[in-house]
Design a protein around this ligand. Structure first.
Ligand SMILES: [Zn+2]
Length: 317
């Protein structure tokens, strides 16, 4: 068995607050006199169990220095897991009050990102579609300057796909990739709608696509990747690790890329996600190399970076 921390890969699904190191959270919370969220207890929980803890963690990020530190540490932690590229999702509205506006948030993140991190600005499925247009316009202004994509996060049951078409049109016109979360709670129809209506190049999670052969075929035909984050599903009652359809999705030709989502809350880093796939799904080194290749190919990394990382995957094998 090869060392998974040396397998070259990309992390395509990671949220700013959720990337925070537990030690950093503890330090910043103590400084601010704020509580540290407890771990999500074992068993399956509703979305609120996740969101309430996420909100507590986000509250400790009070200054531009805090945000910059988290970005730099996220990049370092992924690099230590063999990632040659990380795409970090940031909802500027979450930090704008404390940092002095949307632009200040983006500037802070970009300054800390370095050349290993591509930034994805996101709006929320639970927010007004006009706000999503505003975020897409903001992302468009930073296209080619470190922002590589536009997405929608949060609970997809709280918004209607068609309402977000205008925002994704703005992003597409700026050359940004479309990376909405989808098919986490909603069925395969939602993944299909993200592809057909929003022009998704990748879907965050999209696990429910697996139940519908026509949607699986659509993803394979168009090369739309699914960002699967194994540790995100058991605590929210979506799937158990042993039930993740990674092997069948790969066999059907769907590009699957493993991501971490919110390692602060779900407790596993990027190479840990690969290790879980090896352990619970009996994926071989060849399968794991395929996942790593998909993560690189489906990324928004510069072409020369992709070529270098893909060659390094061959060397790892
Ligand atoms: Zn996510």
């Amino acid at each position: 068995m090869r060392d998974l921390t040396t397998l070259p890969k990309a992390n395509l699904h990671l949220h700013l607050t959720g990337s925070m190191r537990p030690a950093t959270l503890a330090e910043l919370a103590a400084r601010a006199g704020l509580p540290v969220p407890d771990a999500i207890p074992a068993g399956a929980h509703g979305w609120e169990a996740f969101q309430s803890r996420y909100d507590l963690a986000r509250a400790v990020l009070r200054t531009a220095e805090d945000v910059a530190r988290v970005v730099a540490e996220a990049a370092a932690d992924d690099a230590a897991c063999g990632a040659g590229w990380t795409e970090l999702q940031v909802d500027p509205s979450s930090y704008a009050d404390r940092l002095g506006g949307y632009e200040a948030v983006v500037e802070t993140v970009l300054a800390a990102a370095g050349d290993q991190v591509g930034v994805i600005l996101v709006a929320s499925w639970a927010g007004p579609p006009e706000q999503a247009v505003r975020m897409a316009e903001l992302a468009a202004r930073y296209a080619g300057r470190g922002v590589v994509g536009f997405g929608l996060s949060n609970d997809e049951r709280r918004g209607r796909v068609e309402d977000f078409v205008p925002a994704f049109r703005v992003a597409a016109e700026a050359g940004l990739i479309a990376v909405p979360h989808g098919g986490f709670f909603e069925g395969a129809w939602h993944v299909r709608a993200c592809v057909e209506q929003l022009g998704a190049a990748r879907v965050g999670h999209g696990l429910t696509a697996h139940a519908d052969p026509a949607t699986v075929e659509l993803l394979a035909e168009r090369g739309v990747a699914l960002e699967i984050c194994p540790t995100s599903y058991p605590p929210l009652g979506v799937a158990e690790l042993a039930g993740l359809p990674l092997r069948s999705l790969l066999a059907a030709g769907v590009p699957v890329a493993l991501g971490t989502d919110d390692p602060l809350l779900f407790g596993h880093d990027l190479s840990g996600q690969y290790a879980l796939a090896r352990e619970h799904l009996a994926l071989t080194d060849e399968d794991l190399a395929a996942l790593a290749r998909h993560s690189i190919t489906a990324s928004a990394a510069p072409a020369d970076r992709k070529a270098r990382l893909l060659a390094a995957v061959d060397d790892w094998r």
